[in-house]
Design a binder for this molecule. Structure first.
Ligand SMILES: NC(=O)c1ccc[n+]([C@@H]2O[C@H](COP(=O)([O-])OP(=O)(O)OC[C@H]3O[C@@H](n4cnc5c(N)ncnc54)[C@H](OP(=O)(O)O)[C@@H]3O)[C@@H](O)[C@H]2O)c1
Length: 423
């Protein structure tokens, strides 16, 4: 059978799992692809370090450019991470007409449309299934199975680290700091966890999904983003009592006029919502579309094996699609119109400590209603604390009402505020 040379940039968690699959299952993969993928050249930072894997005849090199320059390499798999030098390396490979498979969400979120266009220009292809949700086949679903649909919304839990932390805060009744330390000890959070807990990782994945699903590419910096650093243990516990679980919800929607909205925010998820019981490191993506209705994918969104599933699948597809024009790449982005804060409707959760003023509770509820914020429920806690579940209203109305609460003499302190979604 014909063979196709593969070059690998990176032999860490993902690269090693990919190499093992290519070497261990070359026959099966060859049958499926119509030609056998053969690992020819691999770049790492430290060539001297033992890797604990038999790389057969593949060369280990310290310079990733050597992989691109290898004439035996037709397809480049990028599993290095980071944007520099990964973006430039992917660009070089595509310019040389070599197809690229990448697991790199940071690169695709920042440069996906540009790299896609570059691939098409040079007769190459760009695949990035592993960049979102690891083995969850969400990119393939959006690029293939749902191409006849108009997708109206995406609701996702796509960051395992924050979900592990929030699950631990609820289960063990601990603070964010304690749950983060625990997640770091158990290997679920990096030593520098900021990409995850500040919401950037989820933003990168949401940008990629929204680009494919809604046809509008929005740079990561323009996404409405709130991380989980300020989520209080008290709020997680109080919400749990009321049947809610806090998740870092990634949401994208497209309005009737074509305007789009993307946000990543800690959100109280009600009982019966499909994301309510997606605990720990599980990921889930819910797609709402006009023909298929509600479609949900759920599974392990990280780890070497799960990510290799996506990378190797892309590799097999890449071999099958050799010579075809790049039409399977995402449509070119149109400059998106963004929904403004007056048009984005959300429900909320507000936790306040009342002052000793007479009728403080009634005054707070009246103040919210007066500012156009419906009150769905109010729950009294000990210590003059009050929880208010606010109904659907524009984000701008929520923000203005909270600013007002902050100035009321009947409010001692706003202790917490979160978005809320119901089934
Ligand atoms: N891990 C996951 O669960 C997961 C899931 C989905 C997507 N991803 C994505 O997959 C990519 C790789 O993640 P990972 O967890 O496998 O990372 P990793 O374990 O840190 O591995 C990175 C690899 O790249 C090599 N490398 C880094 N910079 C290099 C350079 N300048 N020149 C040559 N080699 C270089 C490293 O070499 P050394 O070994 O010599 O240090 C290492 O082998 C990232 O984009 C990540 O976002 C990961």
């Amino acid at each position: 059978m014909e063979s196709v040379g593969v070059g690998l940039l990176g032999l860490g968690t993902v690269g090693t799992a990919v190499a093992r699959r290519l070497i261990g299952e070359w026959e099966l993969l060859g049958e499926r692809a119509g030609a056998t993928p053969v690992l020819r050249c691999i770049a790492v930072r430290d060539v001297a370090r033992s890797r604990g894997i038999d790389l057969k005849n593949a060369r280990l090199v310290g310079d990733p450019h050597a992989v691109l320059a290898d004439p035996a390499v037709a397809i480049v798999v990028e599993a290095m991470g980071g944007t520099d030098p990964a973006t430039a390396l992917i660009e070089s490979a595509l310019r040389a007409g070599k197809t690229v498979v990448t697991a790199n969400k940071a690169v695709i979120a920042a440069s996906g449309p540009h790299l896609s266009a570059l691939a098409a220009e040079h007769g190459a292809h760009l695949y990035f299934e592993a960049s979102v949700g690891a083995g969850l086949p969400i990119v393939g679903l959006l690029r293939g199975s749902l191409l006849g649909d108009r997708i109206t919304a995406l609701d996702c839990v796509i960051n395992g680290t924050t979900n592990v932390i929030l699950t631990q805060m609820r289960g063990a009744g601990v603070s964010f700091e304690r749950a983060l330390e625990d997640a770091q000890r158990r290997g679920f959070a990096e030593a520098d966890p900021s990409l995850d807990i500040d919401g950037w990782d989820a933003v990168h994945k949401l940008v990629i999904l929204a680009w494919l699903a809604l046809g509008g590419y929005l740079p990561p910096e323009q996404v409405d983003r709130v991380g989980i650093r300020d989520v209080a243990g008290n709020d997680v516990a109080a919400l749990a009592e009321l049947g809610y679980r806090v998740r870092l919800l990634a949401h994208a929607e497209r309005a009737g006029n074509g305007a789009i909205h993307l946000r990543v925010r800690p959100t109280a998820v009600g009982t019966g919502h499909l994301l309510h019981d997606v605990d720990d490191a599980d990921n889930a993506v819910i797609i709402s579309s006009d023909l298929a209705g509600t479609v949900m994918l759920r599974g392990l969104g990280a780890g070497g094996a799960s990510t290799a599933s996506a990378v190797v699948s892309d590799l097999v597809t890449a071999i099958r699609e050799r010579g075809l024009p790049s039409t399977v790449n995402a449509a070119m982005p149109r400059e998106p119109i963004l929904l403004g804060d007056e048009d984005v409707e959300v429900a909320g959760y507000v936790h306040v400590r009342l002052s000793t003023e007479a009728d403080a509770r009634a005054l707070v509820l009246q103040a919210l209603e007066d500012r156009g914020l419906p009150v769905d429920a109010a729950v009294d806690l000990s210590g003059s604390e009050l929880i208010v579940l606010t109904g659907m209203a524009p984000r701008a109305v929520h923000d203005r009402a909270l600013e007002t609460l902050d100035t009321l003499t009947s409010v001692d302190q706003i202790l917490g505020a979160l978005d809320r979604v119901e089934a």
